[in-house]
Structures are given as C-alpha cells and as structure tokens.
Design a protein around this ligand. Structure first.
Ligand code: WQD
Length: 339
C-alpha cells in the first residue's frame, strides 16, 4: 500500500525537520516546502541520514500563490498538511509587526486555498501557548480563556486559529490546532537541531552558544517577575516529543473523520524558570554559562505551563523526554555544529 503523503510547510525548520523524521518513522511520506528564510538545505541530507529516506523538497514561499500552484501541478493532492511556515520570535514580532502579520497570516490562507483546490482535507496547524496571553490560573487547559495577545506573534496565532476554525465550519476539511509550549533540544543523533539565524532570540540556543563561547554571556531578561526566583517560567518540551505529537494529530483525524476541529496543549505539564533551565543545562553538561541580569523584554509573559490531559487522553500522546535529556541533546547538537 502506498504511503500517505504529507505536505510539511516550513519542513526544513527546527520543528518541521524533526516532524519529518517522526512522520517517516511512522510510515508517512513527507514532502517539504520551505523558503529557507530560517533553515539550511543541509537539513534535508541530515533527515536522509537519520531515516534512510530521502525527502522531496520544494524551495518555495508559502505566501506566493503562483509557487503553490506549481507545487499542485507537480504533486496533486496530499493526505494531510502540517503548516509550520511562520516567523516565531516573540520579541522580534514586537519590533517588526507587519513582517509577522504579512508572513504568518498570508501563508495560512494560501495553504488553505491550496488544500481546497487539491481536495486535501486534513491540516495540523502550528499554534502556540502564546494564544493564552498572561493566564490568570495555571496550568492552562484548552478551555482557559484566550486573553489579549501580548505580542504580534501571539496575535497571528490567535487569528490563525480563527481563520482555520471559520474555514472548517463550511465542511470538507478537518483541522487540529496544536498549541506548542517551548520547544527545545535536538534529535539524539545531533544531525538536526535548532539553527537560529544570527543572534538567537530564544533562550536555549543562546545558552548553548554562550556555553560554546560564541556569545560572551547570557542576558536574563528580568529577575523581578512575580515568580519564586524572579525569572519567567515556561514549559520546555523536547522537540522530538513535540514532533511525535503531530503524527498523533494526523492519526486522530484519520481515526475520527467526524471531528471537524479541535485544539490541544502540547507541553510537558511542568514549568521551569530561566534560572532553573540555566542550572539544569550546567548540571546536565558540566559546563558553566556566564550570565547577567538585563531589562525585561517587551512581549514576555510572566509564567505559563500546560495541562496536557486532553492530548494524553484523546491523542494518546504524552511527552516522555526529560528536561535533562533536552539539555544534553541541545548541547551535543551545538558542539556538533562547530565541528
Ligand atoms: C523564554 C524565556 C525570555 C532569551 C517561544 C517561542 C514561541 C512559542 C513560545 C511556539 C523568556 C527568556 C530568552 C534570552 C532570556 N513557541 N530569555 N534571555 O518567548 O517563551 O516563546 O515559545 O510557538 O514561538 O519563541 O521563548 O526562548 O524566547 O524565551 O532571558 O536571551 O527566556 O525572557 O522568559 P518564548 P524564548
């Protein structure tokens, strides 16, 4: 029986490449579309080395309808789409809101139009815990209120969820919204991992680059938040656990054709502060990371972590890798990068 073909937009990126590996491991045939604005072509060779399977990739911008029509001509329909292609740095989105609204929203509606043209009926949407804003109570469940977005990035995810919900209401399409918490780590082979362009926006690559000596010291954005140690708390999830949740989301739609749309928190259920992450990284890898306390970053919320009971129950998915494993995999990847 031929393998189910899944389009992964942004599939050469951090989460996309790990999801391509998870899909192949689960017997799917991924097809990647990426404009390589935040990814390296070498990722494709790495995916092949890890899985023994070469993955077709189109160097296309998902915001360009003409390009996507070319893709349709070559590929026809898909058994599903996983839509990652978007910019994702909270802090950067505050500085460049139009870049985020333009890219993150138009890529989604172009993909939805491609799906309608090709009778592709299943989509997994890369949403985010940032849709909750600053939660009033923790852990957040999928029923927690969607509060005012704290950054343009978060707002693109709130609007993206609404666009998909409104489309699915008209029938002929199923959508699963995965609300990611903070993806960290790398594939244990150290052949794929996080590849930030330039100065990292996210905490983990900044920690690993500081440990490597690429950065002088880590700036911790604020240590007087209303948390036990004064630094922000997040739910850090190993990227392979996150990748495997996408396979489960596809299977859930296949097994539940009556489900039009649903959304799930994809985290570990544990919150760790910036300082706790730093200490966990130093302990796991026996390295020191110099840091200084810097001013708070615009767009940051104080704390959030997930209640993942719904994904555990309905998707038959649960994060299995520890924070320590993620810290080791992240460090091994960083060291491999500069070999
Ligand atoms: C984490 C904490 C910073 C860098 C991310 C993704 C976003 C979404 C949610 C999926 C914050 C602090 C950071 C640094 C620091 N994921 N920090 N010094 O902002 O929670 O958002 O997860 O959709 O796409 O970007 O992650 O890693 O930027 O920040 O002190 O140099 O680390 O203030 O408290 P964030 P982050």
């Amino acid at each position: 029986m031929s393998k189910k073909k899944i389009l992964i937009t942004g599939g050469a990126g951090f989460i996309g490449s790990h999801t391509a590996v998870a899909l192949i491991n689960a017997g799917y045939q991924p097809v990647i579309v990426d404009n390589f604005s935040n990814a390296e072509p070498s990722v494709l060779e790495a995916i092949e080395k890890i899985t023994g399977t070469s993955v077709k990739c189109y160097n296309l911008d998902c915001c360009d309808a003409k390009n996507l029509n070319l893709l349709l001509q070559k590929e026809g329909s898909f058994d599903g789409v996983i839509h990652f292609a978007a910019f994702k740095a909270v802090g950067e989105s505050v500085q460049e809101p139009i870049k985020y609204y333009k890219n993150n929203l138009s890529s989604l509606w172009e993909i939805l139009e491609l799906m309608d043209k090709s009778n592709t009926t299943k989509i997994v949407f890369s949403s985010s815990c940032t849709v909750y804003g600053q939660p009033d109570s923790l852990p957040v469940t999928e029923a927690s209120p969607i509060k005012e977005a704290e950054s343009p990035y978060a707002y693109t995810k709130q609007v993206g969820e609404q666009i998909l919900t409104d489309r699915v209401k008209n029938g002929g399409m199923q959508g699963i919204l995965l609300r990611y918490f903070n993806p960290i780590g790398a594939h244990p082979s150290s052949l794929i991992g996080e590849l930030p362009q330039g100065i990292p926006n996210n905490l983990m690559p900044f920690i690993t680059q500081t440990a490597k000596g690429i950065r002088k010291e880590l700036s911790i954005f604020g240590d007087d938040y209303d948390t036990p140690d004064g630094t922000c708390i997040r739910d850090y999830i190993h990227v392979m656990d996150l990748a495997e949740a996408h396979v489960k989301a596809l299977q859930y739609m296949e097994d539940n054709p009556e489900t039009a749309i649903d959304h799930f928190n994809i985290g570990t259920g544990n919150g760790y502060s910036v300082l706790e992450c730093l200490n966990a990284f130093e302990r796991a890898n026996n390295v020191k990371v110099p840091y200084q306390i810097a001013p708070k970053r615009a767009g940051d919320i104080t704390q959030i972590w997930a209640d993942t009971e719904k994904a555990n129950r309905l998707l038959d998915w649960k994060a299995s890798r520890t924070l320590e494993e993620a810290m080791r995999d992240a460090w091994n990847w960083e060291q491999k990068l500069s070999q």
